[in-house]
Design a protein around this ligand. Structure first.
Ligand SMILES: Cc1cc2nc3c(=O)[nH]c(=O)nc-3n(C[C@H](O)[C@H](O)[C@H](O)COP(=O)(O)OP(=O)(O)OC[C@H]3O[C@@H](n4cnc5c(N)ncnc54)[C@H](O)[C@@H]3O)c2cc1C
Length: 390
């Protein structure tokens, strides 16, 4: 009897992961299997998630801002954070998005660019999941080119007044605090806008066919008056928001592989059970060729993710390397999800199985935190020295 191996077991990638990081990963995997998986189809179909309840449970699990230090954050390795993202996204990209936006975008922005008072006020609550954050950079006319943003903050005595709209903002209408980026006379600056501030509102975007188990919103800022202390003092220019995006992209390098792994494991199990022309589907060469090619891409993606994780832990990771990882791993993950769907054929289009849900989710993942094309341009610039963005 030949030993059947899991796709990542074939690569023995566990041998590259330290004991502590593996223990964290296993804890997150258990949480996803026991708490999240049974609910997913319902959340996805209804297009709603219990975000507040989930945030508190994720806070208890210790994954919110887990790779940040101090202020109630767990202070784990970047590799452990990546592995947690992988397990969360093996559940659903929406769940991983909730955690990414909270930890890598909103909390990271405050941790890296905020004042001591801002850190003390928000980070401990956000780490526990008692406060939710969102990150407002994109506008309806400015996604890939955030430098063109129209949202503006102007001085009014000692205060600031913000006007503008932000679009496609994850966690927007459930957030207690929005990190909003706005043009000022002194470059783009970041502001902490607490929910309930007069003139600030958030409207959930409905009718999505992707990331349905995630809250996506439009933010409206209409004469929102904030004290000077609401501005992130250390961020000046687009390097501020871009540094946060880089953190979130790193999580996606791992996370997307979780969705791919879930699809591939499901397809292998299905093919072992399904009888076609009196034989198991798994015994056909065409099926095995598909499975082999997908396992190769999943394993290569994992080796790349772990390499980038080690570089990040050593403080050596460069933004263009994160682009390499995001471009490759999301592109391969969506290809794997679609190919796995073909193995399940009709059954694959339902919510009984995860393929179509993951494939649809990965359409958003391909687009947010820099589209594939933007990452190609980042890599192209690194290779040639020429910027081809404009
Ligand atoms: C579900 C979801 C959640 C999101 N969450 C957030 C969030 O929390 N916060 C936030 O700020 N944003 C968020 N976004 C927005 C996301 O980051 C943007 O959608 C993304 O940056 C792309 O912008 P766009 O959709 O306006 O596309 P556009 O920028 O209009 O791009 C259209 C096409 O043009 C291509 N393109 C762009 N520039 C070039 C170029 N120079 N050369 C060639 N091709 C180019 C793009 O790759 C794309 O194919 C979210 C989006 C989604 C779908």
């Amino acid at each position: 009897m030949v030993t059947v191996r899991s796709p990542l077991g074939l690569f023995q990638t566990d041998s590259l992961i330290g004991e502590e990081d593996r223990a964290i990963r296993d804890t997150v995997r258990r949480f996803v299997d026991e708490r999240i998986r049974p609910e997913l189809a319902e959340w996805y179909e209804s297009g709603s998630i219990p975000a507040r309840e989930l945030a508190r449970e994720l806070g208890e699990l210790g994954v919110l801002g887990m790779h940040l230090g101090g202020y109630g954050c767990a202070g784990t390795s970047a590799t452990a954070y990546g592995l947690a993202c992988l397990e969360l996204e093996a559940g659903d990209s929406g769940l991983r998005s909730l955690v990414s936006v909270q930890g890598s975008l909103a909390m990271f922005a405050i941790h890296r660019w905020g004042s001591e008072e801002q850190k003390q006020e928000w980070l401990p609550r956000m780490a526990k999941g008692n406060a939710i954050g969102c990150f407002g950079l994109t506008e309806s006319d400015f996604g890939s080119n955030p430098g063109g943003m129209r949202t503006r903050a102007t001085r009014a005595g000692g205060d600031w007044v913000l006007n503008g709209n932000k679009m496609w903002i994850t966690n927007g209408s459930v957030a207690d605090v929005a990190v909003v980026w706005a043009q000022t006379d002194d470059k783009v600056r970041g502001f902490l806008v607490p929910a309930g501030t007069p003139g600030f509102s958030a409207q959930e975007i409905k009718k999505k066919l992707s990331l349905r188990a995630s809250v996506t919103s439009e933010l409206v800022l209409d004469e929102v008056r904030l004290p000077d202390s609401a501005m992130l003092p250390e961020a000046r220019g687009l390097s501020g928001p871009l540094s946060c995006l880089n953190e979130a992209r790193y999580g996606i390098v791992f996370g997307s592989l979780g969705a791919a792994r879930d699809c591939l494991e499901t397809a292998i199990a299905y093919a072992q059970e399904r009888d076609i022309f009196d034989r198991k589907l798994a015994s056909y060469q065409l099926t095995q060729a598909k499975l082999a090619d997908m396992a190769v891409e999943l394993g290569k993606g994992m080796l790349l993710a772990l390499h980038l994780g080690r570089l990040k832990d050593a403080g050596l990771l460069q933004p263009e390397q994160v682009s390499l990882g995001k471009l490759n791993n999301v592109r391969e993950a969506i290809t794997i999800a679609r190919e796995c769907r073909t193995i399940l054929a009709a059954a694959g289009i339902t919510l009984e199985y995860p393929m179509m849900r993951h494939a649809n989710n990965l359409e958003s993942v391909l687009t947010y935190e820099g589209t594939s094309e933007i990452h190609q341009l980042v890599i192209g610039q690194a290779l040639t020295g020429h910027s081809a963005f404009r």
